[in-house]
Design a protein around this ligand. Structure first.
Ligand code: COA
Length: 396
């Protein structure tokens, strides 16, 4: 197959976590005087995850990593991707390192470039493991998507984390070396240090995403000669599921004219199986593309063995990458499907009033000590702040 090599490094495990609270968007539509079909069909979202005050990117990422605990002692590098950073200096990865009891002979760092940074983390992880096959790398991507109450972007909020164990004994996915890349200095979505909510120019951001997709595809195609028809499934960075539909349409449009037309169901077959989690969690920023991969692995109706997947990663501002991978035989035995089902099905629905109260309880900036009330979380919680230090606790 064009553009393929068999390097034995890749993802050994992948696990997803999302907060224990959610808001059905039907309720939000009623409260905002919007037509629910705009959210459900026009944007493509049905439910958004809501992080309580004692859940943050650290607790979500640590919870996502728990299924990999048997391998923690082999982890030599932790890469924490986020754009919901909790400290200007210390990596969120070090809080996770402490909560999970990871080895001290380890490197830990945080990476930021909007929703793209987990892709660079994955690439660094693959290179690290190729150079040192005994090492395992823990890639964490964790974010809380937060926009102003009542803004057009409000129904595209969400929260969640992905943990990926990258090793020389991959069980799930291996990646091809080629990558189409693109970068340009743009202002489509950003969050100044003095704001809790992102600023987004939604239409500009959509246009730029599609432009970057075209540019990265062209670069990828130049290197590999691959066509869209070479891929069985397509995973996209998904700020809302209708964005993936727009992306797939563009990819079809830019194929050479002689390419056979795909059948009408091709979106349903190639993209839809990766979108089911996103539709009921909302945007998870840096985790979103890999949440789509986890969803595809869990939910695809057919066996994915040897199926070839395309990936498109986009981070506003903007940087983007188009790359590809292949699903490995036996992958089903190494999935966390049951945990994912539990975390998605056992959520507490909030009323709009409760969601707004939680939204307004942002971490105080006055430097005083605080102890947070206990909400439902995973195994870990952000208990409070004391002497400017964030205090984390493990739930009994
Ligand atoms: N029934 C069905 N569809 C409807 C509808 C209804 N009653 N009312 C509107 N729609 C459709 C619109 O036609 C539009 O579809 P299209 O995009 O295919 O043209 C879609 O719903 C959105 O409506 P629109 O009025 O354009 O939306 P908006 O101005 O409220 O904003 C976003 C939508 C997505 C731009 C906004 O939610 C946003 O900015 N989100 C954040 C985006 C982001 O995260 N970007 C950064 C990372 S890539």
């Amino acid at each position: 197959m064009k553009g393929r090599i068999t390097v034995p490094v890749g993802i050994e495990r992948i696990s997803f976590y999302t907060p224990r609270y959610m808001l059905p968007l039907r309720e939000l539509a009623t409260a905002r005087g919007a037509d629910y079909d705009k959210y459900r069909i026009g944007i493509g979202q049905e439910i958004m995850a809501v992080a309580p005050p004692d859940e943050d990117v650290v607790t979500m990422a640590a919870s996502a990593a728990i299924p990999m605990q048997e391998d923690f002692q082999a982890v030599e590098l932790v890469l924490f991707a986020t754009e919901s950073s909790i400290d200007q200096s210390k990596s969120a990865g070090l809080f996770v390192h402490g909560l999970l009891g990871l080895p001290q002979r380890c490197r830990v760092v945080e990476l930021k470039q909007a929703c793209y940074s987990a892709t660079l983390a994955l690439r660094i992880a693959l290179q690290t493991v190729a150079a040192n096959p005994k090492a395992k790398v823990l890639v964490l991507a964790s974010d809380i998507a937060r926009y102003e109450l009542g803004s057009p972007a409000e129904p595209t909020q969400g929260a969640g984390a992905i943990a990926m164990l990258v090793s020389a004994t991959p069980r799930l996915v291996t990646f091809d070396p080629a990558a189409g890349i693109h970068a340009e200095d743009a202002m489509d979505f950003w969050r100044p240090n003095y704001r809790e909510e992102a600023v987004v120019e939604g239409k500009t951001s959509t246009r730029l995403y599609l432009h970057a997709l075209q540019k990265t595809w062209e670069h990828f195609h130049e290197q590999t000669g691959c066509l869209l028809a070479d891929f069985d499934y397509c995973c996209f960075h998904t700020p809302f599921t209708n964005m993936a539909a727009k992306a797939y349409q563009i990819l079809q449009k830019i194929q050479p004219p002689e390419t056979p037309k795909p059948d009408e169901n091709s979106f349903a077959q190639r993209v839809e199986p990766s979108l089911q989690y996103n539709r009921i969690t909302g945007n998870t920023y840096s985790a979103s593309l890999y949440e789509c991969l986890a969803c595809l692995l869990d939910q695809a109706p057919n066996d994915l063995t040897d199926r070839r997947i395309s990936f498109f990663s986009y981070g506003s501002g903007c940087t983007a990458e188009f790359f590809s991978g292949t699903i490995l035989p036996g992958y089903k035995q190494h999935l966390c499907t049951d945990q994912h089902r539990e975390v998605l099905e056992e959520r507490t629905p909030l009323t709009v009033r409760q969601y707004e109260d939680v939204f307004n309880l942002a971490v105080p900036h006055d430097g005083w000590d605080y102890t947070f009330g206990q909400y439902r979380t995973g195994p870990f919680r952000f208990a409070g702040v004391s002497g400017h230090k964030r205090i984390y606790a493990r739930n009994e």
